[in-house]
Design a protein around this ligand. Structure first.
Ligand SMILES: Cc1cc2nc3c(=O)[nH]c(=O)nc-3n(C[C@H](O)[C@H](O)[C@H](O)COP(=O)(O)OP(=O)(O)OC[C@H]3O[C@@H](n4cnc5c(N)ncnc54)[C@H](O)[C@@H]3O)c2cc1C
Length: 486
């Protein structure tokens, strides 16, 4: 029997769940609090410049392809993909390491930095590829309902990889600190320190060096546009400026949602809004997790972001640039242990207009800057401005170019905006970290244990942070609903 299902939010996970549920024949209504769709992957347009407001690294192209294939479509039906070369540049105080678009090119660069390291790199990535197959074809597709889901013939023989960390593995194979930090970087997408992330997650290194870094022409938001087109074709009805203010429950079962003071009846709810926020929409006795539970979790960092329009093109910079010219471990310590602003932050600079002329007017450059910071830190205009100056000074010094005198406009986004725009817990940017104690069945549940017909999806539940996991999370929530007796 087909049911009425309300989907909260319009990020990757909500759109994914909505598509699968509509395909199964349900009446799907999606409600987004903001005036545009896409959640953290919204787009900002200003003075002819186009900015992705959140995600910009397109990794794991196979997962995007699988998503569209599930609807008898393909990625190329919706957007054009380009493999980036170089994938990215990593800036140190005395060198720039260029990550090319093939493992052979990357191995040559490793050899330049640490002679003799290329065989170790190839071995490391081959092993990471085996983990990728196990993780992507098996583990991440489990709904996290029981610890036994993780026990497969492949994981059973690799159980030690859940108790060693990525750092242990990387440091065993490589001595040079620059190479170590490059190999530890991909797990930052999972939201935790490399020395707190199980070695099993080295599959992220395969995603990086094995599969490469891609760019959808027009930016990451094109993926959202593709999903919106797909969702509409499947009959999903979407409403913006529609903040859900209450989830109403009758007989321990979802009965309706309150949106803009109107009560709308529904048989099921799938919420892709931040998990913590969704639970606050319920009366207290229907919440599964207490305030102290949320306080004790390891959250992925928040971010200080700048969207900047420049009046000229720049030399040397790549599409993606990591500024690792300060101490990686020290920055991680301030974010995760001290929960303070880093004194000498690492940062990420994205210039998509280097490759894609649709992102900025001719002869101009589009710059997106990200400093990872602890969730919940003080956020003031003075601090934002102080950190902008810090990163501009370093960018100018290391690249030998003047950036500050070429700014047409700049817009910032930080902790306070994550809270007001997305109802994000402590202003986290990308959800709850994937540490050993926060993996799979140890993450907040996809299905409410207290309220029947209430489901969750997105970066605070299974499988975890990032765009590809969000696509999978929506499918997992939809599959659980398919399995309930409707
Ligand atoms: C700055 C930044 C950079 C990132 N970089 C990358 C990257 O390069 N690659 C990558 O793979 N991942 C990246 N990520 C992570 C990735 O973007 C997220 O994991 C993913 O987009 C999360 O999708 P989601 O559906 O879980 O949540 P969201 O996108 O946050 O969607 C939740 C939606 O719910 C809405 N909502 C909240 N409350 C309500 C309510 N009461 N009523 C109605 N709607 C509500 C919100 O407005 C939002 O639209 C990045 C994230 C950020 C913030």
């Amino acid at each position: 029997m087909h049911k009425k299902i309300a989907v909260i939010g319009s990020g990757f996970s909500s759109l994914s769940a909505a598509c699968y549920l509509a395909k199964a024949g349900h009446d799907v209504y999606l409600f987004e609090k903001n005036d545009t769709l896409g959640g953290r992957a919204r787009q900002l347009k200003r003075e002819g410049f186009t900015f992705d407001m959140g995600p910009s690294w397109y990794w794991m192209p196979d997962i995007f392809e699988k998503f569209f294939n599930d609807f008898d479509k393909k990625v190329s039906d919706y957007y054009t993909l380009e493999k980036l070369n170089p994938a990215y540049k990593v800036w140190f105080s005395d060198d720039i390491i260029t990550i090319g678009d093939t493992l052979d090119k990357i191995a040559l660069e490793f050899e330049r930095i640490e002679p003799g390291s290329s065989p170790a790199l190839k071995k490391f990535i081959t092993k990471a590829g085996v983990n990728y197959d196990i993780a992507i074809n098996d583990v991440v597709n489990k709904p996290g309902l029981s610890p036994f889901e993780l026990v497969t013939p492949e994981t059973a023989v690799r159980v030690n990889q859940f108790f060693k960390t990525i750092s242990d593995d990387v440091r065993k194979a490589f001595k040079n600190e620059k190479l170590v930090s490059i190999l530890e970087f991909p797990v930052l997408f999972l939201g935790a320190k490399p020395n707190k992330t199980p070695a099993f997650y080295r599959f992220m290194n395969y995603a990086d060096f094995g599969l490469g870094t891609w760019h959808p022409k027009g930016g990451m938001h094109q993926v959202i546009q593709g999903m919106i087109t797909l969702a509409k074709s499947l009959g999903v009805r979407m409403t913006t400026n529609a903040a859900i203010s209450k989830i109403n429950v009758n007989n321990n079962t979802v009965s309706s949602i309150t949106v803009n003071k109107k009560e709308i009846y529904t048989d099921y709810i799938v919420s892709g809004a931040d998990y913590h926020h969704t639970e606050t929409l319920l009366d207290a006795h229907y919440r599964q997790y207490s305030a102290s539970y949320w306080d004790s979790r390891v959250f992925a960092p928040s971010s200080l972001l700048f969207y900047v329009g420049f009046d000229k093109k720049f030399e040397k910079v790549a599409h993606h640039n990591l500024f690792f010219d300060t101490d990686f471990d020290e920055h991680a310590r301030t974010i995760y242990d001290d929960l303070a602003w880093p004194e000498e932050p690492l940062f990420y600079a994205n210039f998509p207009s280097v490759n894609d002329n649709t992102m900025a007017p001719e002869g101009k450059e589009n710059g997106f800057f990200l400093i990872p910071i602890a969730p919940g830190v003080e956020d003031t205009e003075a601090l934002r401005s102080q950190y902008f100056d810090i990163i501009m000074e370093r960018l100018e010094r290391l690249s030998g170019q003047d950036f500050r005198n070429h700014i047409l406009f700049k817009q910032s986004f930080c902790v306070k905006d994550f809270i007001s725009e997305y109802n994000s817990f402590k202003g986290n940017a990308y959800g709850m970290a994937n540490t050993l104690k926060q993996t799979a069945f140890l993450r907040p549940n996809l299905r409410s244990k207290k309220v029947k017909n209430l489901y969750f999806t997105g970066q605070l539940t299974v499988p975890g942070p990032g765009v590809p996991p969000a696509l999978i999370s929506g499918k997992l929530a939809a599959n659980l609903i398919a399995k309930t007796k409707i």
